[in-house]
Structures are given as structure tokens and as C-alpha cells.
Ligand binder design. Structure first.
Ligand code: SF4
Length: 463
């Protein structure tokens, strides 16, 4: 059997007719089957048919004379030296969700068997997932702003394939600020198609994250003496608005990070001497925040470069450090809340249990008069002690009830006054309360990522 006959036969195998496996069959006009050569190196996967597709039965339906996602897709393909005949196009669900809503999980599950057959027979090496819904099939619940345009390598149906999430072409039609992101995503599709870009490999480098306590530690920190580039990040304690420093971290070489505590004045002075040299470039991510903290430590860099501003200028990048590190370095960095929240939870529980178990004549709220159906009645409000007991019980039973939020947002200041007079104010934990190794890793990774991102973003800006 020749190639084109075989392709036609496989195409016939993939055609779905008269399917009633999910509720979408009731509202559809036509089942929209995938189109394109089989096998095919590249599969474009949308979330579901729109109204034009529902009427025509063609995915990403295109009419010369009207503006549509299909027309936009064609143009983006052409701009990147591809066309529809070179690619296979399909959707996660083959029937139109009413009102163009996202397909429901049960509808996606019902249609998944067809998608599995498609991947097996079309056998793409690259699956371009268009939009969040189709991306979620392969990468789970991800933030499109972070993963878009990043080729991810993975094992799908027993084969290594690249999944490349892109923003939906229609986004560029509806939202002018998205045009650059959509175009940049499709440029990456073109590069992946021509084998010019490899999937991101998730960072597995051995990291060197250490604390600097003495001058000799500082002199031994990789790159500190000789490098003209130093990335600096800061961590604060207590109320963030006060910029009260806990430590700074710096990096002058890939995969390294060093922490200097804010009360280590000798080392702080030496770091200041370095960044006061106009030939030394100090890299920060969100310098506006860190400069205020550094000032409180007595550090005044004179030549500053901000990776957040660079990301902003590029227009296609997320501005958060963690998103940038994921996209360009394959680094999956922990969020501050992931590191600190468990400590806040434990501290809050202990605080409230201390209060409940403390033998003290806590004052009780006064009863007040209410009128019920024309009659005067005395109402006795619940005491803070009793409300706290209930909240603690709820937390102990389900393990997720947020006691800190309840105490800080739902309990009146006047009600807490007596308790705070005895136990002090309950404040959220910060890095200084976290197990030191975890705090060191968390703090150093920011300086390390900022150092590495500097070179990547600088090169992109220069291009
Ligand atoms: S969406 Fe898929 S599973 Fe549901 S009826 Fe259509 S073809 Fe069948």
C-alpha cells in the first residue's frame, strides 16, 4: 500500500460518527473530526469546536472573507514557513460546547479515547496545545502565562514527545496586548518544527547554596572577587512594608547562592564596597523593593540592572521571577507561601491553644436587647473563647480551615485586645522561623536565578 492510500485508510479509522458518549451530542450540529496528513510530525490541538466549525465540520474553520481563529491560525503558520497541509489539526472534544464555554471534565474524559487514538495513529513528535484547556490534558493545571511558548519534553503514550503550549490565535484578535505573545509562541512552533529549538530540560544541576559568616567565606564564594556581575536578592522579616532586612543573598556564578545575615555588619560592609564600584553591575529582580531593603542594611549599589524591567520591555515574558526561571532555566522554584505557611499554621494553632488553656477570667461580652416580633428580648453574644474553641475544632477536623485568616480577618480588634495583652500580637511567620536549611535554599535560589536570567534577558533585549 502506498503512503497516500495508507494515510487515507488511517484517516478513515480516526473518523468519529454518531457518537453520543457525552451530553455535547445533544447540542452539536456536526462532529468535528481532525484533519491533516497521517502520520504527521506536528499535531495542533484546540479545546473544542466553535460555531463555524460546528457548522462546517472542519477544525479551525477558515473563510477568506471573515475574521476568525482559523484565519489567524493560517496566517501564523504561513508567517513561520508552515501551512495547514503540513500539520494535523484536532480538538480535545469533537462537539461544540454550547456558547463556546470550556468543555467540562466529564466531556473531555468521554472524548479522550478518540484523542488517544489520534496521538497513536498521527504519531506526532510535537503536540502544540492551543490554550489552557488542551494544555491541561498533558501538563495538568498550569498557568499559561508561565508555560506558553516553552517546549516541554515528556513521555506520552510510550513515546517521547514535545508538548508546546501556545496562546489561542483568537486571543490576538480580541486583545491587542496579546498579539506579541501569540506571535512569539508561533515563532517557537516554527523553530521547533525546523528542529532549531530543543525542549526545555528541567534543571537538575547540583546547587551550591551556603551561608557566608566570615571574610574567608566571602573570599571563597564563587565569583565574588573576580566577577563584574553580582545578582542580589533580599529577604525581610515582620511587616514587609517596613523593609526590615533579615538577610541578603548573592550569586556571581551559575548554580550558586550565598546568604549574608543582615546583622553581619563586617560582611555587609564588604559587599557594599563591591557594589559601590561603578564597574560592577548589580542585578536585581524588582530593584524598587530590594534597594529599599539594602538601604536599610547600609548597601548602596551604583550600577543596577533589573531583570523585572527587562521582562517588561520584552513584552512576551511573565514578570515574576519564578515564571521566568521556569521558562528559561527549567527551574521549579518554591513559592514563599509554600515555605512559610506551614510554620504560620503551627504557630497559630499553638497560640490559640495557649489562649484556650490559660486560666484567666476573660471578660464576657455584655448581653444586649433585641426586638423580636414586637417583643423585647435579651441576646447573649458568644464569647471569643467559645468562638475560638469552635474554630480550632473545625481546623482539627478538616486540617485545612485557615485559623490565621480567621483570627486576623474575622475577629474584631477590640475582641482580641485582652488576648494580645497577655500573649502579644499573632503575626504571620517569616523566613527567620523556618528550618535554616529550607530558608537558605529558598533565599539563595532567587539570587541564583536572577544571575542566570540576566544573561538570557540581556541577550534577548539586544536582539
Ligand atoms: S464530544 Fe466526543 S465524546 Fe462527546 S459526543 Fe462528541 S464525539 Fe462523543
Amino acid at each position: 500500500m502506498n503512503g497516500s492510500k495508507r494515510s487515507k485508510q488511517l484517516m478513515t479509522e480516526l473518523i468519529v460518527e454518531n457518537c453520543t458518549k457525552c451530553a455535547l451530542h445533544r447540542t452539536r450540529n456536526r462532529i468535528v473530526n481532525g484533519v491533516g496528513p497521517i502520520p504527521c510530525r506536528i499535531l495542533f490541538l484546540g479545546e473544542g469546536p466553535g460555531s463555524g466549525e460546528d457548522k462546517s465540520g472542519i477544525p479551525f474553520y477558515y473563510k477568506q472573507w471573515h475574521s476568525s481563529a482559523g484565519k489567524e491560525l493560517n496566517q501564523l503558520l504561513q508567517q513561520n514557513r508552515m501551512n495547514r497541509d503540513m500539520v494535523y489539526i484536532d480538538n480535545v472534544v469533537k462537539c461544540r460546547p454550547p456558547g463556546n464555554r470550556d468543555p467540562l471534565p466529564e466531556e473531555m474524559r468521554a472524548c479522550f479515547e478518540y484523542l488517544r487514538n489520534t496521538v497513536e495513529l498521527v504519531d506526532p513528535t510535537v503536540i502544540v496545545t492551543i490554550g489552557k484547556v488542551s494544555t491541561s490534558v498533558f501538563l495538568g493545571d498550569v498557568n499559561m502565562d508561565i508555560v506558553h511558548g516553552v517546549p516541554h519534553a515528556g513521555l506520552f503514550q510510550g513515546k517521547f514527545r514535545t508538548v508546546l503550549p501556545v496562546y489561542h490565535p483568537a486571543y490576538g484578535l480580541k486583545n491587542a496586548s496579546m498579539i506579541n505573545k501569540v506571535s512569539s509562541d508561533f515563532r517557537t512552533v516554527g523553530r521547533v518544527f525546523r528542529n532549531q529549538t530543543k525542549p526545555v530540560s528541567f534543571d537538575s544541576k547540583q546547587k551550591k547554596y551556603e551561608i557566608v559568616e566570615t571574610c574567608s567565606d566571602l573570599l571563597n564564594a564563587e565569583g565574588f572577587v573576580e566577577s563584574s556581575i553580582i545578582a542580589i536578592d533580599t529577604e525581610t522579616v515582620g511587616d514587609k512594608d517596613l523593609h526590615k532586612p533579615w538577610c541578603l543573598t548573592f550569586s556571581c556564578a551559575d548554580a550558586t547562592g550565598y546568604m549574608v545575615k543582615a546583622d553581619n555588619y563586617k560582611i555587609i560592609e564588604l559587599v557594599n564596597m563591591k557594589v559601590q564600584d561603578p564597574n560592577i553591575k548589580t542585578i536585581m529582580h524588582n530593584a524598587l523593593f530590594d534597594l529599599a531593603v539594602l538601604e536599610n542594611m547600609g548597601i548602596f549599589p551604583v550600577n543596577v540592572w533589573d531583570t523585572m524591567i527587562a521582562a517588561y520591555l520584552l513584552q512576551t515574558e511573565p514578570q515574576g521571577l519564578k515564571g521566568l526561571a521556569y521558562r528559561h532555566l527549567g527551574l521549579k522554584m518554591s513559592e514563599y507561601s509554600e515555605v512559610v505557611t506551614p510554620y504560620t499554621v503551627e504557630k497559630t494553632l499553638n497560640y490559640l491553644l495557649d489562649y484556650l488553656n490559660f486560666d484567666y477570667p476573660w471578660s464576657k461580652p455584655d448581653p444586649y436587647e433585641v426586638i423580636v416580633k414586637g417583643e423585647r428580648k435579651m441576646k447573649k453574644p458568644r464569647s471569643l473563647h467559645s468562638k475560638t474553641m469552635q474554630a480550632v475544632k473545625k481546623h482539627t477536623n478538616d486540617g485545612v480551615y485557615d485559623l490565621f485568616k480567621w483570627w486576623s480577618k474575622n475577629v474584631d480588634k477590640e475582641e482580641k485586645f485582652e488576648v494580645e495583652a497577655v500573649f502579644g500580637e499573632l503575626v504571620e511567620s517569616d523566613l527567620s522561623e523556618v528550618e535554616f536549611g529550607a530558608a537558605l535554599n529558598y533565599a539563595c535560589q532567587d539570587a541564583d536565578a536572577t544571575y542566570q536570567l540576566y544573561y538570557i534577558l540581556k541577550e534577548r533585549l539586544e536582539q
